[in-house]
Design a protein around this ligand. Structure first.
Ligand SMILES: C[S@@+](CC[C@H](N)C(=O)[O-])C[C@H]1O[C@@H](n2cnc3c(N)ncnc32)[C@H](O)[C@@H]1O
Length: 509
C-alpha cells in the first residue's frame, strides 16, 4: 500500500466549519494535549501483537502513537500537527481532516487502535463536527446528548473500526467514571468487546492539566462482556499488559446500584457494601425526597441588578423592590443566613440587593431613570437581557428554605435561610416539601456518611473542588440518626479520605 500523506477527507464540503475558516484553532479548541512517551509505549504494548497489525490513531496529533509502529493510520485535522506527524511518522498513512467524516465513509477495519482523543467540552464541541459525531454514534447504537464532550463519540467511532478479535487502548478523562456521557461509551464497549478494562490513575498523567486522566483497554472485539474490569492505581507505571489485578464490576451492578458510575470503585469493598446497604435502607431518604433543589436566578448583568445600599439610596430605589440575596458560596460559611448577617452586609455596603421588578407593575420614575441610565443601557445589551421580555424582570427569583453550595472545598455547605433571602445561580436553593423536612435534613446533614454521599453522588471539578449539580444533590443519601449512630466510623472516614484524595483535595491549601 502506498503510504503517502494523501488526504482522504478533503475537500470538506462547503458549510463545514473547517472549510469556512482557515483560522488556526487554539490548543483548547482542538483538545490538543499530547501524551507522555511512557504512556504511549504502554498503550501500544497493550494492543499490538504482531508487527503486521494495522494500527489506527483517530486523532494522531504530532504522530507520537503511529511513529512507533510501521503499519499505522492516523487522522488529524490540524494542519500544523499533520505536518509534524508526517515528519515524525514517515511510514504511516496520515489523513488530513475530520475523523468523524472519515469514519463514516471508510470500509477499513483495524487490528488495533490507540491514542488520546481530544477532550473538547460541549461548549466548544459544536457545529457540523458535533452533528456528524452524534449522528454517526446514533447509527452505531450509542446515543449522546448535545452535552457530551468530544472524547466520548471519538471512542465509540474508533471502537466501531476495530476488526473482529482486535483491541483498543486509549487515554480517557477521569470523567469516564462519572459523567453521564461516559455511560454510552462503556455500554457500547461491553456489547462489542469481551474484555473492557478501566485503569484509574490517581496522580496526574498530564501535570499541567486540571483534568485527571485514566486509561481504557478493550480486547476481543466481536465478543461481549457482563463485567467491567476496574483497577485503581496511585501512580501510572509502564506495563506491558493491562494490570493483572482488577476488580470485576458486574455491568448490571454498575448500572443499577451505582448509577453507571465507576468512581465509587476507588473505595474499599467494605465501604461500597456499607454505602449500598445504607442507601437501600427503608428509613434512609434522599435529599430530593425532602426538598426541591434548583439553581438560583440568572440576571445576565450582575453589576446592574445587584446594588449596594449606598447605590440604592442614591438612585432612590424603593425598599420594596429590593430583595437581599446570596450571590455566591462565600456567604455560606455559617449554619444560618439570618437578619444579623444581612445587617452586616448592609453595613459593609456589599452588593446585597437584587433589583426585583415584575412584569405587570407600574414602574416608579426612579426605577425608569435607573433602567435608562448608561449602566441600564449597557445591561440590556447582554445576551440574557436581550432574550427576555421585559429585559429588566429577572426570572426564577425564589426564596428557598435552605441554600446549598454548588462548588465546594472540603464539603458542601447547607445553610438555613432565616432572612428570606433569594440566591443567584452560584448556589442552589432548596424548597422544602414538608414542614418536618427541614428538621430531618438538619439533623442528618453534618455526618461523615452524608459527606461521603456528597462525594459519591457529586463529582470532582478539578483543582480539588467538588461539584454538586441539582440532580446529584437530590440523590444524596440521608440516613436516620439511629442508623448514623450505628455506622462503622472507621470505614466511612477512610472512604471519605479516599474520595477526597482522588479529587486532590487537601486541607490548608
Ligand atoms: C489529545 S490530542 C492527542 C494527540 C496524540 N494522539 C497524542 O496522544 O499525543 C487530540 C488531537 O485530536 C485532534 N482533533 C480534534 N478534533 C478532531 C477531529 N474532529 N478530527 C481529527 N482530529 C481532531 C487535535 O487537533 C489534537 O491534535
Amino acid at each position: 500500500m502506498k503510504r503517502t500523506g494523501r488526504s482522504y477527507c478533503q475537500p470538506l464540503f462547503a458549510g463545514d466549519e473547517k472549510f469556512q475558516t482557515k483560522m488556526p484553532r487554539t490548543q483548547k479548541q482542538n483538545g490538543a494535549y499530547y501524551t507522555p512517551e511512557s504512556v504511549v509505549q504502554a498503550l501500544l504494548n497493550w494492543v499490538i501483537r504482531r508487527k503486521e497489525d494495522r494500527l489506527l490513531d483517530p486523532s494522531c496529533g504530532d504522530g507520537r502513537f503511529i511513529a512507533s509502529h510501521p503499519n499505522s493510520v492516523g487522522i488529524e485535522w490540524d494542519s500544523a500537527s499533520v505536518e509534524a506527524a508526517r515528519l515524525r511518522a514517515p511510514c504511516a498513512l496520515i489523513h488530513d481532516g475530520d475523523f468523524f467524516t472519515w469514519a463514516a465513509q471508510t470500509s477499513e477495519r483495524f487490528d488495533c487502535a490507540a491514542g488520546n482523543p481530544p477532550f473538547i467540552r460541549y461548549q466548544m464541541f459544536k457545529g457540523k463536527t458535533r452533528t456528524r459525531a452524534l449522528h454517526l454514534c446514533r447509527e452505531l447504537g450509542a446515543d449522546f446528548t448535545g452535552l457530551t464532550s468530544s472524547w466520548a463519540p471519538f471512542l465509540v467511532a474508533a471502537a466501531s473500526l476495530v476488526a473482529r478479535g482486535g483491541r483498543m487502548a486509549f487515554v480517557v478523562p477521569a470523567e469516564i467514571g462519572h459523567a453521564p456521557y461516559g455511560a454510552p461509551v462503556i455500554k457500547y464497549l461491553v456489547e462489542r468487546f469481551s474484555v473492557v478494562h478501566i485503569v484509574a490513575v490517581r496522580s496526574k498523567l498530564f501535570p499541567t492539566l486540571s483534568e485527571d486522566c485514566w486509561l481504557l483497554y478493550a480486547g476481543g472485539c466481536g465478543g461481549q462482556s457482563a463485567e467491567i474490569r476496574f483497577t485503581a492505581l496511585d501512580h501510572f507505571r509502564p506495563m506491558r499488559t493491562p494490570p493483572r489485578e482488577y476488580e470485576a464490576v458486574s455491568v448490571k451492578d454498575w448500572r443499577t446500584s451505582w448509577g453507571c458510575r465507576l468512581r465509587p470503585f476507588v473505595m474499599s469493598h467494605p465501604a461500597r457494601d456499607l454505602y449500598r446497604e445504607v442507601a437501600a435502607d427503608r428509613d434512609s431518604t434522599r435529599l430530593g425526597d425532602l426538598g426541591r433543589i434548583g439553581i438560583g436566578y440568572v440576571t445576565g448583568a450582575n453589576d446592574f441588578f445587584h446594588l449596594r445600599p449606598s447605590e440604592a439610596e442614591r438612585s432612590g430605589i424603593p425598599d420594596a423592590l429590593l430583595r437581599p440575596t446570596v450571590r455566591n458560596g462565600r456567604a455560606l460559611r455559617s449554619r444560618r443566613v439570618d437578619a444579623a448577617m444581612v445587617e452586616q452586609w448592609r453595613r459593609a455596603d456589599a452588593p446585597m440587593w437584587l433589583l426585583r421588578l415584575s412584569r405587570d407593575m407600574t414602574l416608579p420614575d426612579t426605577i425608569r431613570r435607573y433602567l435608562d441610565s448608561s449602566a441600564g443601557k449597557a445591561a440590556r445589551q447582554s445576551y440574557k437581557c436581550r432574550i427576555r421580555d421585559p429585559w429588566y424582570v429577572v426570572p426564577g427569583v425564589r426564596i428557598p428554605d435552605f441554600f446549598l453550595s454548588y462548588m465546594s472545598g472540603v464539603q458542601p455547605s447547607l445553610v438555613r435561610n432565616d432572612a428570606r433571602c433569594t440566591c443567584s445561580n452560584s448556589v442552589h436553593g432548596i424548597q422544602l416539601k414538608s414542614v418536618v423536612a427541614g428538621h430531618q435534613i438538619e439533623t442528618r446533614w453534618n455526618s461523615s456518611f452524608v459527606q461521603l454521599s456528597c462525594e459519591l453522588e457529586g463529582h470532582p471539578l478539578g483543582g480539588g473542588m467538588l461539584k454538586l449539580e441539582p440532580g446529584e444533590a437530590a440523590r444524596v443519601v440521608l440516613p436516620v440518626p439511629s442508623r448514623l449512630a450505628r455506622l462503622d466510623e472507621q470505614i466511612v472516614n477512610d472512604a471519605l479520605a479516599t474520595m477526597r484524595s482522588w479529587r486532590h483535595y487537601s486541607r490548608g491549601r
